[in-house]
Write a protein that binds this ligand. Structure first.
Ligand code: FUB
Ligand code: ZN
Length: 611
């Protein structure tokens, strides 16, 4: 049963957790990303005037278009709620740069426009279609936000050219993108412009993938770009995580638009493998920096977790599309895991600095000089968030995610052309009034599980029962289907319920070797970690699970947690036949997304337990 999504444009985030994150996003992150892009030449690059002899540090890179387009997209979601003329001016100037430099036949890419158009569409791994896709997304969002159609018109010209080159002339040196993303962007362009051609182009890229002789495997590896099998036969979450997740998001969108159940079933299988075998507890993905990729089932090392912020975000995008196709709490649970953990950890609490990689453990010894040469030390990320990276895909991605968080909350189904059931996928204090439906969610979630929903214009409200909610408590009767509690609101207009949040230990499969004999701690959707900022040491504590988990206050918008157990007296003997001395002790824990905000510290997510 397909659902209709309600765009963040119509949704007001009212108060609480996400409202304060949006405020920081708007007042700090938006400018922080722009200013650093400006300082590093990414903004002026759109005037296409860089030439040899100019500042080498500002020499345009293959996928700068995508970074800036993502920033424009994020800015546009902010503009949907607030008129900011100075922001529009910045965007309009970038769009003018595109307009002035777009070729007559409709091509634009900062790198190729500067360094030679003869090279265009000759190298599959050079990100042109990825960059185009991000421009399409940004142009749609900017048009939706402001009604200005210049950028959108330019991008339609570009999409028409891509259609001609790939579908009609077949003159490109490759058939499908090395870095997917354009697929989901074409669906957005199709929905915004209503032009069938863009849906057809998306279908072309999806259907040709893994089924043509033209695409050479990237880095000699069919898995890397997810070329191994035709997508309708896909089973495993393989290859470069971000590429695969974006691709499967586009495949799901295509299935949604065309009703292609074979493709939808493939999306289901791949997501199941990703979420049940190849995902960190934080929703992070990518077990190695080598190829930023999925590796094998249960291979989830903590210290060297790649878990790129973009990988989490793209997993959330993928799962959200699945819940629109077929509401099942399984998908919203994944979205929620990503939102409160592996994606949110990508930005500092003050909104000014970013993690590209999000490990689950940080140990000082790994940073000690002499142990690792430079190459090896690259396994270990900087211990605090950075203001910018040379590869800066993650900062604007988290900007656009937080600005568009409203997209993930609601959808509705219809019966005989009329709105029937309003779905609540995420518990975020918000309201909207659109298409004859109005709704209002009041909650302090994730701090507290009490939720009140008011709605009109529908007969039923279906609310996701998260996997950690053993019983959804409500005075109003409800029925359960696919993990959603359905409330009949034909005679009432408000429901209240409690998700019964609790702190709990979570254990890994023993094939995740790093986690043997350990447990993670979660409260609602939030994973916790322990840092030396709060604890003298995080290396010699064994939690006693029988003593439970104590909530001692509130920190970073969630409960502060203390574990009780045993602290081993640290000795300097390397080996000893003496049984270690252990005394009662405690360990303070904070939400994982807030780690590394108080300087460089050791951090652990999985805690040794004494059962
Ligand atoms: O290749 C472009 C982006 O840079 C990818 O999406 C990220 O994973 C990073 O490699
Ligand atoms: Zn990234």
């Amino acid at each position: 049963m397909k659902n209709i999504s309600i765009s963040c444009k119509y949704i007001k985030i009212k108060d609480g957790f996400w409202s304060s994150r949006q405020k920081i996003n708007r007042t700090v992150t938006l400018d922080a990303v722009y200013n650093r892009f400006n300082d590093t030449g990414k903004i002026s690059a759109f005037q296409c005037s860089w030439k040899p002899g100019d500042d080498e540090r500002k020499k345009p890179h293959l996928f700068w278009d995508s970074d800036v387009a993502k920033w424009i997209e994020g800015a546009s979601y902010i503009l949907m709620h607030e008129k900011i003329p100075s922001l529009e001016e910045k965007i309009d100037k970038i769009v003018d740069g595109i307009d002035n430099n777009m070729t007559k036949d409709g091509y634009f890419n900062v790198y190729y426009n500067i360094f030679g158009l003869s090279g265009r569409f000759t190298d599959r791994n050079n990100h042109e279609l990825y960059c185009a896709g991000h421009h399409f997304e940004a142009a749609c969002a900017y048009y939706e936000a402001t009604g200005k159609d210049k950028y959108l018109n330019l991008m339609e010209r570009f999409a028409d050219l891509i259609y001609k080159i790939f579908v009609e002339d077949k003159s490109a040196y490759f058939m499908t993108p090395g870095h997917p993303e354009i697929e989901l962007a074409l669906i957005k362009l199709y929905r915004t412009s209503k032009k069938q051609k863009y849906l057809d182009l998306c279908r072309f890229f999806v259907e040709k993938r893994g089924q043509n002789d033209k695409d050479i495997p990237l880095f000699g590896d069919l898995k890397y770009a997810y070329d191994e099998v035709p997508l309708k036969n896909a089973v495993y979450a393989d290859g470069h995580c971000v590429r695969t997740n974006y691709l499967m998001s586009g495949v799901c969108d295509l299935a949604y638009e065309t009703g292609d159940t074979e493709l939808y079933e493939a999306c289901k299988r791949v997501l199941k493998n990703a979420a049940e075998k190849r995902m960190y507890i934080t929703g992070g993905q990518g077990s190695t920096y080598l190829g930023e990729r999925y590796t094998s089932d249960y291979h989830l090392p903590n210290k060297t977790a790649y878990a790129e912020t973009c990988a989490s975000i793209s997993l959330g995008m993928y799962a959200h599309r699945m819940e629109l196709y077929e509401p099942d709490s399984y998908y919203g649970d994944i979205v929620e895991r990503v939102l409160y953990n592996g994606a949110l950890s990508g930005v500092s609490l003050d909104g000014d600095s970013f993690f590209y990689e999000n490990p689950l453990e940080i140990r000082n010894e790994d940073y000690a000089v002499n142990y690792y040469d430079f190459e090896k030390s690259r396994h270990f990320i900087p211990r605090i968030r950075q203001q910018m990276f040379s590869c800066s895909c993650c900062p604007p991605n988290i900007l656009r995610l937080i600005a568009s968080i409203g997209d993930y909350i609601y959808s509705y189904s219809t019966q005989n052309g009329k709105a029937d059931t309003l779905f609540i996928h995420q518990y975020i204090s918000s309201s909207f009034c659109h298409e004859g439906i109005s709704a209002n969610i009041n909650t302090k979630f994730p701090l507290d599980g009490a939720v009140t929903v008011k709605a009109s214009g529908v007969k039923y409200i279906a609310v996701r029962i998260p996997y950690y909610c053993k019983k959804l408590i409500s005075d109003t009767p409800y029925t359960v289907k696919s993990g959603y509690a359905y409330f009949d609101i034909q005679d009432i207009d408000e429901i209240s319920f409690d998700l019964n949040l609790s702190a709990r230990f979570v254990y890994s499969n023993t094939s995740v070797y790093d986690n043997i004999g350990k447990a993670a701690v979660m409260y609602g959707p939030a994973v916790y970690c322990a840092e030396t900022a709060d604890n003298e040491s995080v290396e010699n504590f064994f939690a006693d699970t029988s003593l439970g988990i104590k909530i001692t206050g509130e920190k970073f918008g969630l409960p502060e947690i203390v574990l009780s157990g045993l602290r081993q007296i640290i000795s300097d003997e390397l080996y000893s036949e003496n049984k270690p001395l252990q005394i009662p002790g405690t360990l303070k824990m904070i939400p994982y997304f807030a780690f590394a905000n108080r300087g460089e510290h050791e951090m652990i997510t999985f805690i040794p337990v004494k059962n």
